[in-house]
Design a protein around this ligand. Sequence first.
Ligand SMILES: Nc1ncnc2c1ncn2[C@@H]1O[C@H](COP(=O)(O)OP(=O)(O)OP(=O)(O)O)[C@@H](O)[C@H]1O
Length: 609
Amino acid sequence: MQYDKKYPIRQNLAYCARETWRGCPKLLAFFVMLILANCLVPVITTFLPKVVVEQITEEKPLRQLLLVTGLMTGALALLSGLKIFLEKLIYWNQFSMNAVFLRMVTRKGLTTDYRNQENEHFRTLQRESYANCNGNFSGYVQTYDAFVRFFSNLLGFLAFTGILFSLNPLLILFLCLTTVVSFLLNRRISKWLEGSREEKSVYEKRMQYVAGAADDVRAAKDIRLYKMAAWLNGIYDKNLKGLLGWYRKYTEKLFGASAADSGLSLLRDAVTYAFLLYLALNDRITVAEFVLYFGVVAGFSSWLGSLLGQVTDLQRLNQSINRFRTYLEYPESYLREGGKPVGDLAKPKKIELKNIRFRYSEDGEDVIRDISLTLEPGEHLAVVGLNGAGKTTLVKLLCGLTEPAEGKVLYNGTDIREYNRDEYYRLFGAVFQDHSILPVTIEEIVAEQESETIDHALVETCLKQAGLWEKICSLPQGVQSKFNKAFWDDGVNLSGGETQKLLLARALYRQSPVIVLDEPTAALDPVSENRLYETYDDVMRGKTTVFISHRLASTRFCHRIVLIDHGQIIEEGTHEELLARQGKYYELFETQAKYYRENPEGEVSGDEA
Ligand SMILES: Nc1ncnc2c1ncn2[C@@H]1O[C@H](COP(=O)(O)OP(=O)(O)OP(=O)(O)O)[C@@H](O)[C@H]1O
C-alpha cells in the first residue's frame, strides 16, 4: 500500500506557519501587516466618497472637509505605500523560506533509506517536492499568497457584511447567492482542470523528454547513428497536438464560465442598485449612504468571490503540501543512532543470508527467491549468472541497502536490522556498476573526504593497487587534478576503464573488512584485467570479498563460486568442482571458452579459457 499523508488544511497552514516561524519569523509579521493593509485600503476607499458627500451635503466648513479628506487620502497613500513595501519584503524573504524548504527536501533525499530511493512513488514525491519549493511560483509561495489573500478577504468580508447587515439582511442573502453560483461555475473548471491534469502532464512529460534528448550530449551519438531524430520529432509533434487540443478544451470551458459570470454580475449590480435607488428616492437612506452602499455592494461580492476562490486554492494547494509532507515524513525503517554498534571494523565477521526473498515492488515478481548463503570471514566469493539473474540485488541486500521481504541477513550472528545502519555501511568498500563520483580532486574522490584529513600515502598505495597511479602521475596536477571537465574548466575526464580503477582505489581506501565488486573488470583492458586477478589475493588478503563477473574463467581465483539463476542459487562450488559437475556453470563456461580455444573441438579445461 502506498504511503500517503492526508492532513486537513488547518493543520497544513499551522505546519507552514510553524516552519516559517523557525526559518524566517519576520515573514509572518509581514504577512499579518499585509493582511491588515489589504483590508484597510478598500474599506477606506469605500468610505471616502461617503465622507466627502456627507461633508458637502451637511455644509461643513471647508477646512474640516479638507482635513477629513486629507487625513483619509493620506492614510490611503501611506497604506498603499506600505503594501508595496511589504510585498517587496515578502518577495525577497520568500526566497529564504524556499531555501529552507529546499534544504529539507535535499537532506531527506541524501539521507533516506536507500530502498526509498528505489521506490518510484517516493521518487515522484521527491521530484514534486523540489518543484514545490523552487522559484517564486512554487507551491509554498502560492500557499503563502493564498493564505494572505484568504485572511484579507475574510476580514474585508466580515467588515462589509456588518455594514450591509444594518441596511437589509436579505440583500446579503441575494448577493451571497449570486456570488456562490458564479463561484460554483468556476469551480467546475477547477475540477475539470484537476481531473485532466494527468492528461496534460503526460503530453508535457513526453515533450520534455524529447527536448531533453535533443540537449543531451550522451544521447547525441545514438540519435544520429540510429537516425532517431525523425522518430523523436514524431513523438514531439503528436504530443504537441494533444497538448494544444487540451488547451482548446480549457479555453472553451473558461470562456463559457466567464460569460455566465459576467451575466450574473450584471444581474447582481442591476438588482442591488435598483434597490438602493428605491431607498434613496424614498428618503430611506441619505445621498452619502447611497454612495457608501454603492461601493459596499460591489466590494462585498468581490470579497466573498475571492474568499471562496481562496478556499478552492487552499484546497488545491493543500494536496501539494500533503504530498510534500508525505515525502518528508516517508518512513525510515533502518536504525541509525538507536542501533547497536557493529563492533570491530578491522576484521571481517561471518555474514549469513537466511532464506532471503525480495521483490522491487509489491505487485512485482520475486527477484530473489529463497536464497541462503554464508560468507566465512576472509572468504572470496564469486557470484555469476546471466543478465537479470539477481546478482546486484543480492549484494545490495548483503550491504544492507535494501531489505528482504522475507528472511534475514546476519552479521556476526546478529540481524543487521539491529545495527546502526550507517556503521554497518562502513563494513563495505563497494564498486557498483552504476556509480557516482563527486567533482572534486582525484585524492578527495579516493579518500571520500576533504584534503586536510586525507592519508596521502594510503591514497598512493590504493591508486597503485588499482593500477591507476601512473596515469594520475602523468596529469599536470597529479592527485590534485579535479575530476570532471563539465564542472571545472581545468578538470580532467577519465576513460571508462580508468574510472573503474578509480572506483576500486576508493573502495580500497576505506580499508573496510568486506569488499564488493560488481563487474569491476567490465571496462578494463586485458592487461589491466589480468593484473587485477594476479594481485587480487595480495590486495584482498584478510578481507571478505564478493566478486560479480560475467567472465567465468576470471572467477577461479575466488574460494567459492555461486551461480544465480532467476533469483536462486542453482550451483555452488569451486571452479573445478562446478566444471566437473557438468551442469549450468559448465554450459556457460563452455559457451564462453570455445571462442578462446585454438582447437574448438578440444576438451574443456579451466586453463584453456
Ligand atoms: N531498481 C529496480 N527496480 C525494479 N526492478 C529492478 C531494479 N533493479 C533491478 N531490477 C530487476 O531485478 C532483476 C535482477 O536485477 P539485477 O540487477 O540484480 O540483475 P543482475 O544479475 O545483476 O544483472 P546484470 O548481470 O545484467 O547486471 C532484473 O530483472 C531487473 O529488471
